[in-house]
Design a protein around this ligand. Structure first.
Ligand code: NAD
Ligand code: UD1
Length: 339
């Protein structure tokens, strides 16, 4: 295997952190991103952190003709496929765009991988494929039925496509990484999550309240059957998540077919626990109001991290406090966004 890795969506939140960890581990990432949800300046930031500027192609993965040029120009054995649209609410309003972009990108990518004999793919899947789990922590062999929204459905469909593709082409290998909720940022404060408009997700909402862009946090329901009535999730530091991809790449040296791994912490944290951890870590008060439940939300979801430890030799090391400190550091350092 050579040390080049194709990284689609590599200027995005998880992609950029993974590119940093890949460079740190001696890989040479080649990024393909259409910049629909990230900025070109992320490349400067990656260079500042690592001293290396990754090769970059501004290409839409659904555009086969353009995408093929990357396969012609570059030699790589493995792909990490982050590129995709990820806003759950938006996917309910624009399902066709989500199926076209997410499923379409994956189909083009696999077709090109087959044509150019690129044999290894890691896919960014999500805990959302488990829906409302029957029990927690959720193990990889939990039944996967239907997602509650088109975004989640694209993840289930793409997982299935990769499984079928590997079955039909036994010399190919697939790793499906089902992420818990990534938060935090690189400790340099140079890269992090930059939501467009009002954030949907909890941590970016908290940091925007903390910096005064938003007035208060709305806590969506305190009548769930959880420790304090608020929703419980498995929050994972994005740098731990990024390192999970480096560990997964090493697995391709083994004789595998298509395997799924949870990248989570095995630990649940409630909304109010996260708010209080943020307040303590950064010494800032977060005003909040309890509102009604958000449509489509579930009470509890956290992932077993045992299989990834056993088979990838990976586990999350950073704490919720690290997450809170680093998310805030990124917000403070980028008041007007990455420029
Ligand atoms: P992100 O939006 O920050 O990154 C995705 C990147 O893909 C962006 O840079 C965007 O410009 C690019 N992109 C989208 N469609 C493209 C296309 N057709 N061609 C080329 N580039 C395209 O999102 P993220 O949080 O970094 O998520 C990365 C992946 O992980 C996504 O597939 C997402 O669904 C998955 N995931 C994210 C979370 C999360 O909470 N952030 C959780 C589970 C899974
Ligand atoms: C959501 C998506 C999931 C996606 C993940 C990461 C849904 C149903 N699921 O997960 O598919 O992978 O984002 O992008 O949308 N909360 C508040 N106030 C807020 C925001 C959130 O109380 O302003 C609560 C939520 O009710 C939930 C928790 O915080 O209990 C986490 O919410 P969020 O960050 O949106 O993530 P998920 O809902 O787990």
């Amino acid at each position: 295997m050579n040390n080049k890795v194709l990284v689609t969506g590599g200027t995005g939140y998880i992609g950029s952190h993974s590119v940093v960890e890949l460079i740190n581990a001696g890989y040479e990432p080649i990024i393909v991103d259409n910049l629909c949800n990230s900025k070109i300046q992320v490349l400067d930031r990656i260079e500042k952190i690592t001293g290396k500027r990754p090769t970059f192609y501004k290409i839409d993965c659904t555009n086969e003709e353009e995408f093929e040029k990357v396969f012609v120009n570059e030699k790589f054995d493995s792909v990490i496929h982050f590129a995709g649209l990820k806003a759950v609410g938006e996917s309910v309003i624009k399902p066709l765009e989500y199926y076209q972009n997410n499923v379409g990108s994956a189909l083009v990518l696999l077709k090109l991988m087959k044509k150019y004999n690129v044999k290894n793919i890691i896919f960014s899947s999500s805990a959302t494929v488990y829906g409302d789990p029957i029990s927690v922590p959720v193990y990889e062999n939990a039944e996967i039925k239907h997602a509650t929204n088109p975004y989640g459905e694209t993840k289930i469909i793409i997982e299935r496509i990769i499984e079928d593709f590997v079955k039909a082409n036994p010399s190919f290998k697939g790793i499906l990484l089902r992420y818990a909720n990534p938060i935090g940022a690189h400790k340099s404060g140079l890269i992090g999550e930059e939501p467009i408009g009002i954030p949907n997700n909890l941590m970016p909402y908290i940091t925007q309240v903390a910096i005064g862009k938003l007035d208060h946090l709305n806590v969506f329901g305190n009548d769930y059957n959880t420790i304090d009535g608020t929703g419980v999730r498995d929050y994972i530091h994005v740098v731990d998540l990024a390192k999970g991809h480096v560990s997964a790449l090493k697995k391709f040296k083994e004789d595998i077919t298509c395997v799924a791994y949870n990248l989570g912490t095995g630990r649940g944290t409630s909304v109010l626990e996260l708010v209080h951890a943020f307040e303590k870590a950064n010494n800032i008060k977060i005003p909040y109001v309890i509102t009604k439940r958000r449509f489509g939300d579930i009470a509890i979801n956290y992932l077993s991290a045992e299989k990834a430890l056993k088979e990838l030799n990976w586990k999350a090391n950073l704490t919720i406090e690290d997450c809170c400190r680093d998310s805030w550091n990124f917000q403070v350092n980028n008041k007007d966004g990455i420029k």
